[in-house]
Design a protein around this ligand. Sequence first.
Ligand code: ATP
Length: 355
Amino acid sequence: MGIALAPASRVAVLRERTPIVTTLCSHSSLQIFHGARAEGLGTLGVAVGKPPRFYEAFPLARPDRFLAVPKIADLGRHARTLRKEGAVVVPTGSFVEYMGPEAFNDLDVPVFGNRKVLGWESDREKERDWLEMAGVPMPRKFADLSSVDGPVIIKYYGAKGGKGFFLAKSPKELGDFRPTGPYVIQEYVVGTRYYAHFFYSPLSEEGYRVRHGSIELLGMDRRDEANIDELYKLGAQEGLRQAGIRPTFVVTGNVPVILRESLLPQVFDIAARIVDTSVDLFGGMVGPFCVEGIVTEDLQFKVFEISTRIVAGTNLFPSGSSYSDLVAPQLSTGRRIALELKRARTEDRLVEVLS
Ligand code: ATP
């Protein structure tokens, strides 16, 4: 028996009832419902207001039913019914962000994965401590503006999608920086971005082992980010600045990528360290997570961020990726979640994957 994340009472009903995979109608819901349906589980879409019509266009990914709430904050009021019906909430970035980490943490419905991770990833400093403890290579951090000695990216706390980030190619350019809130100063890493989609199973004893369980690499993407990705078309940054255009990193889509095979040992080692440290710190980051990094020209993978739940980049692979095809056929991250849930139920280990 491994580490229990949930009290047995919270998951008791799931021994008798087929789990109903429940998520917000947004982000990666199509893939989550598609995977759950493929594994014979029930599905429930939480819609704020009217359920989106796009599900009609995707019959294989449409949830069995919808729960419409006027505001996402109202979901807590349905907790008792949801629990009784066997709902298992699958968190996504949108779900947690719209609901707010505190309200999400207080939701009295079984959640797939460890909700304690919220406290570690919503705070940039704590996330960095975690990665430093894990010995993961990261961009340098500067204590203050006066210590900057090269290109930097300045990130605001809690900024989502890189909103308002400031880039400076040199210390001289910091003169233009007018902070609008608390921030961190990071080395701007010059290289190529990769977002690696992993899954940590505390139940599995096969494959790439970590201390408790194993990890799988299910896919990889790169994010399209407006307007930074297209800025080069308009010329050098000086010209842009004069034109009043500031680079932003708002994600607009995702493209599939594959990593040089010789870099895989580095990425697996990084993912394993992050998972092992998460077990020591808060019982483990169970389920999907994403290691987001930049590979430099000397082939170092530097991690600038981790996402501790399913990322939207996994939507590229509803029927498998170049990596997950080598784990099992037709394996999306959504389906992998359903498989883990089913296994935990069969082995009576639900408390290890739900919280
Ligand atoms: P989200 O919450 O959407 O993941 P965020 O606000 O936490 O975004 P980051 O993911 O840290 O922000 O960064 C946003 C983007 O900025 C990255 O996708 C990447 O393109 C760029 N970026 C971040 N850190 C660095 C870095 N150290 N060097 C170069 N580019 C970076």
